[in-house]
Design a protein around this ligand. Sequence first.
Ligand SMILES: [Fe+2]
Length: 281
Amino acid sequence: MGILTINKLTESMGAEISGIDLDQLLHDEDAPALIWNALREHGVLLFHDLGFTPETQVQFSERLGILDRSNGEQYNEPGIQRVSMDPKKNGGQETVKGTFNWHMDGCTLPVEKNPSPATILTCAVTSETGGETEFASTRAFLESLGDEEKDRLSKLRVVHSVAGSRRRVIPNPTPEQEAAWAAMQSREHPLVWRHREGRPSLIIGGTSDYIVGMDKEESRAFLDELVERATTPERVYSHTWSVGDTVIWDNPGMLHRVQPYEEGSKREMIRCTLVGEEPTE
Ligand SMILES: [Fe+2]
């Protein structure tokens, strides 16, 4: 094999991939490089009916990079996270609801870890309403800005925190909630991530709390406006899931979110996350 069949999903990003089957993904020696090249170029890759089981999805993810096996520890099998509202399978509703806001994964990891380069997500059960996953490229957005603004943004640093994410879900927390959130992870990043390879991206979204050295309320409004501008409808690919769809996305270069779906939904995604090897600075 040598080439993938690619159908663009939008003008600026996203590609539907065909012409490659599960056996090739698991065994063909060219497959990982082909997938990475397509991912760098298109940001989001969509496959239909690969026939992944959790085991084969783990196997494929391990060919793409270092699989994060810590995900499964608490709830699931190693390497697999079942994204679900069921508290037996996941961190529960507050975590899921945090993903209804635009975000990049892994921004609040401890300092020795880096945001994941790619996530592999397969739909096991769809929701009855909503549940679409949406993507917008911050690489493309950053490129669209004028030099002066790029320069201004490149000097800023942002604190991301669990508190930042929870505050968006629960805007008026009790003092107890605030105290609990304050004790949870937080991490400072440059606003602009200059990558070793490829185009720079923005570290913004749902976990962002405030800009270092700026008034907190003012910086929250500034960051939210940046997200709004990066996710205007023409910049977004919205994926409506069918069971058996697999999506892989360039986490450092994409904001993503889930459209809200019904409480107690059986919606379930099988997720594999690659370990981030590139520091944000
Ligand atoms: Fe996410």
